[in-house]
Design a protein around this ligand. Structure first.
Ligand SMILES: Nc1ncnc2c1ncn2[C@@H]1O[C@H](COP(=O)(O)OP(=O)(O)OP(=O)(O)O)[C@@H](O)[C@H]1O
Length: 380
């Protein structure tokens, strides 16, 4: 099965719109199980094939998107945003820079509408007191004007009045991946195929940024930064994206929250220097969380001591190579039985390489995409 067939299949199933799709999904699942049992390619062979992809992968077909489009962003006025959000009534989430609210606008003009009519939007209201708020707001606009990728949340417009700054995004109906993996008492748990589709989407977006003429890094990738549209397509949150330059250095790394630091590569924690490899490291941690359903800070028994970084890699590798024990219980029923040990070995190998303490041993994001796509072909 190729990835677009996989995507269609998952969309049909997740939408739950027709029983035919569901039955086909079941049939596909049992034939997958048979195929699984007969699978002869060993995980080691796949690992070698997938993880030894050289830099040619940089020009691979999955790199779709563009960095030259100058998007037509709408300049909103505050009263329109107040009307569109019914006075900032419904909070979708809260981040370090402010709260995100749900709103409604007319589809073509983006004029304010009333709830449930027109196009839903997400409005980020920056905390006015934050000193770096204005710079972050401006940087996001400048960058997103020129970025277009199917796995990146689209910026529709912006607003600035007095000390207030806002960004207006397309609305992501299924919120973020963190919610679906860790707060499943409220939301439905995700099937293996859906998780894989999400991982592939997020990885593709990162690979696109990493191979763009002017490289962009995610800087602070984590499970909550992967947002999900109505069909569970992954879209990276544009917040914190930054162009890679010699000055791409965070001076405040160690003041970050414990949960966020779990995704941080050891060399980044030490130096504050952001790189392509620090994104790959964070992606490895995200992959681990998605497989186990265990938060990274729980896996790492994070206290707040910087010394824990000494055995961080060891702990992550322990979890990665013990997926049989730590697999998210919800995934148990989803996984075909036969070749599970090969799949686990393959995923363990991928995670282990991503979180290698030496940045030069980590795969590129293009190689990560190739590996995940191979999983979709061989293990679905
Ligand atoms: N476009 C969107 N559609 C729907 N929900 C969204 C959207 N953007 C953000 N959210 C929700 O709001 C939350 C906060 O988003 P925000 O971008 O402010 O912070 P963050 O980047 O996730 O966190 P932090 O800044 O603390 O690292 C997200 O986790 C998500 O649940």
């Amino acid at each position: 099965m190729n990835t677009s067939e996989l995507e269609m299949e998952i969309e049909n199933y997740e939408n739950g719109k027709d029983d035919i799709a569901r039955n086909r999904h079941q049939e596909k699942k049992s034939s997958s199980i048979k195929r699984f049992v007969n699978l002869t390619v060993t995980a080691q062979t796949i690992s070698a094939r997938a993880l030894s992809v050289n830099t040619d992968a940089k020009t691979s077909k999955f790199i779709i998107g563009s960095m030259s489009v100058t998007a037509n962003l709408k300049e909103f006025i505050l009263t329109d945003l107040e009307r569109a959000t019914s006075n900032f009534e419904e909070v979708l989430g809260k981040g370090s820079s402010g709260k995100v609210f749900k709103g409604w606008v007319h589809e073509n003009t983006y004029a304010p509408s009333t709830p449930n009519i027109g196009l839903p939007i997400a409005v980020k209201r920056f905390i006015p007191e934050r000193t770096q708020g204005h710079a972050e707001w401006q940087m996001e606009i400048d960058l997103l004007r020129e970025c277009n990728h199917p796995n990146l949340v689209k910026l529709l417009g912006y607003c600035s009045e007095g000390r207030e700054h806002f960004l207006v995004y397309e609305y992501m109906q299924n919120r973020d991946l963190d919610t679906h993996i860790f707060k499943w008492e409220i939301y439905q748990k995700l099937h293996w195929e859906v998780r894989l589709k999400i991982l592939i989407g997020a990885a593709r977006c990162l690979a696109f940024f990493h191979t763009a003429k002017q490289i962009v890094v995610c800087r602070d990738l984590k499970t909550s930064r992967i947002l999900l549209d109505e069909n569970f397509n992954a879209k990276l949150s544009p917040h914190q994206l930054t162009r890679l330059s010699l000055s791409s250095k965070d001076t405040d790394v160690t003041t970050r929250s414990a949960a966020t630091l779990c995704y941080a590569a050891p060399e980044y924690v030490k130096s504050g220097i952001i790189s392509l490899e620090t994104d790959v490291y964070a992606f490895g941690v995200v992959l681990m969380e998605i497989m186990t359903g265990i938060r990274a800070d729980e896996m790492l028994h994070f206290t707040d001591s910087i010394t824990y970084y000494n055995d961080k890699e060891k702990r992550l590798v322990h979890y990665a190579t013990s997926l049989n024990t730590y697999l998210d219980p919800w995934l148990d029923d989803n996984f075909p039985g036969g070749a599970r040990s090969q799949l686990f070995a393959f995923i363990a190998s991928l995670i282990t390489k991503c979180v290698d303490s030496s940045p030069s041993n980590r795969p590129s994001m293009s190689e990560v995409v190739e590996s995940l796509e191979l999983i979709a072909v061989e293990f679905i």
